[in-house]
Design a protein around this ligand. Structure first.
Ligand code: HEC
Length: 105
């Protein structure tokens, strides 16, 4: 969060209020020290030291998406698993349930 100018190779700088908001979310949901329900579900059984950097590398994410063929992730219309909104078309409204999924061709 301190180096959003170079975030996985992207420029992702935010205004200070938004940045503080997201940092707070990350702190309460972190592996090991996190205290929230989401954090406990996604980061279950994980120590801070071996927590993956990407949500797409968590056991939770892999399990939620294990019905999908590997080739789906690399479709041009998807790009990578990080492109949540390619399939979860209401991702920006934090809607990820099955009624808001459309896998692009
Ligand atoms: C290639 C399409 C695709 C991409 C990209 C994708 N997902 Fe999914 N996601 C799915 C499908 C399909 C399911 C499974 C729905 C089911 O089994 O009911 C799913 C399930 C989920 C669920 C569980 C929903 C529920 O109600 O049980 C969550 C949360 C979720 N995805 C979050 C994400 C996040 C966060 C990202 C990006 C980091 C992401 N997904 C990227 C297709 C995708």
């Amino acid at each position: 969060m301190a180096r959003l100018g170079k975030h996985f190779g992207e420029y992702a700088r935010l205004d200070p209020v938004t940045q503080a908001d997201i940092l707070h979310f990350l702190e309460i949901n972190a592996a090991g020290t996190g205290s929230s329900r989401i954090g406990r579900r996604v980061m279950k059984g994980m120590n801070a030291k071996d927590a993956p950097l990407r949500i797409t590398e968590t056991r939770w994410f892999v399990r939620e998406h294990d019905d999908m063929a590997r080739s789906t992730w690399s479709r041009k219309s998807v790009g990578s698993a990080a492109n949540c909104a390619a399939c979860h078309h209401q991702a920006e409204q934090a809607r990820f349930d099955e009624h808001a999924i459309r896998i692009p061709k």
